[in-house]
Design a binder for this molecule. Structure first.
Ligand code: ADP
Ligand code: MG
Length: 340
């Protein structure tokens, strides 16, 4: 049970303003968990409470079934890697990595031996004597990670660890993080506002909004069945549609349909019984290499987006200002869990 985390009605208020609002979450040992959500939704606050860098207003934090809510950061078995890496500029990489052991009172020889081991783990041995300013962003990140790992945590906490990197390096470091987590078998809790990053990394994604958890689960499950309109909007690739006067394509309440599940046909086309259809006007057609991104507008003004593979694009039908039938398999409709 090393490395399991449980949050029970965890709450944080700053001056009466609630930042985290009674969240419940179980993170199994060895998970790669991503806390995902827009800026200000409470991700960093949650992570800092797990780390013990922030007191809780209410609720409990359990690590390996032990209540650690009132314990200091060093007594928890967690280690935090900060958003800006927070490396000491005047210390060499080796001394940065060894810092936690210095605080713990280990001798110089002991802590340097351990630091060199960690530097090897993150492929940074040849840079041990450099100062952080002499390193690239990706290398600084590896040093920060080695520094977090040196105290042998069971749970590694990472706050937007990739956001300072350029897009190419971000994808490379993403793979390295995942590989390291697998190799070490530790629990990682990684905060990000990027659904792409969370989907690539997580086996448990937790979508937060305004201090609460909207949905948690495997990314595939979340993408297949977003639990709320917020989740459908936030993860992208979904249309959230509201029936107008009475119904929309047979649906009586708000629902979502994936943009890649829509077809577009000439307005008069006969469609099979299993399909729902609704008429629309094409607004824009954008070439996006693997597919076309088509924007359409329903008669009541709702915008609908479709991802259309090149092979399915009939240029005579799918052109701006054309009136068309949008259609989808009724079985592909996602109805939200909570009543809307
Ligand atoms: P996220 O990491 O998801 O962007 P945060 O957890 O940093 O969001 O912040 C959640 C909310 O709590 C925000 O409204 C933020 O302004 C507020 N907040 C965060 N830290 C503090 C603080 N130290 N004092 C007062 N308010 C804070
Ligand atoms: Mg944050």
């Amino acid at each position: 049970m090393a490395g399991s985390v449980e949050l029970v009605k965890l709450t944080k208020a700053y001056d009466g303003q609630t930042a985290v609002d009674g969240i419940n979450l179980r993170i199994p040992d060895g998970s790669y968990c991503c806390l995902l959500g827009p800026s200000g939704c409470g991700k960093s606050t949650t992570l800092r409470m797990i780390a013990g860098h922030e007191g809780v207003t209410d609720g409990d934090i359990l690590l390996n079934n032990r209540n650690v809510t009132d314990r200091s950061p060093r007594q928890r078995g967690t280690a935090m890697m900060f958003q800006n890496y927070a490396l000491f500029p005047h210390l060499s990489c080796r001394d940065n990595v060894a810092y936690g052991l210095k605080i713990a009172g280990q001798s110089k020889a002991e802590r340097h031996r351990a630091a060199d081991e960690m530097l090897e783990l993150v492929n940074m041995s040849q840079h041990a004597d450099k100062l952080p300013t002499q390193l690239s962003g990706g290398q600084q990140q590896r040093i920060a990670l080695a520094r977090a790992l040196i105290c042998r945590p069971e749970v590694v906490l990472l706050d937007e660890p990739l956001s300072a990197l350029d897009p190419f390096l971000r994808i490379q470091m993403r793979k390295e993080l995942k590989q390291l987590q697998r190799d070490l078998g530790l629990t990682f809790i990684h905060v990000t506002h990027s659904q792409e990053e969370a989907f690539a990394l997580a086996d448990l994604a937790v979508v937060m909004n305004d201090g609460v958890i909207e949905q948690s689960g495997h990314p595939r499950r979340i993408f297949e069945a977003p639990a709320s309109p917020f989740v459908a909007h936030f993860i992208g690739g979904h249309n959230v549609l509201t029936p107008n006067a009475d119904t929309l394509a047979g649906e009586a309440s708000r629902f979502s349909i994936r943009a890649d599940r829509l077809g577009i046909a000439a307005a008069q086309t006969d469609l099979p019984e299993s399909s729902a259809r609704v008429e629309a006007i094409i607004v824009d057609v954008e070439f996006q290499a693997q597919f076309y991104f088509v924007e359409a507008r329903l008669d009541d003004g709702q915008a609908v987006m479709c991802y259309l593979p090149e092979a399915q694009l009939d240029a005579a039908v799918v052109a701006p200002e054309q009136r068309v039938a949008l259609y989808w398999d009724r079985a592909a409709v996602n109805r939200f869990e909570a009543p809307q």
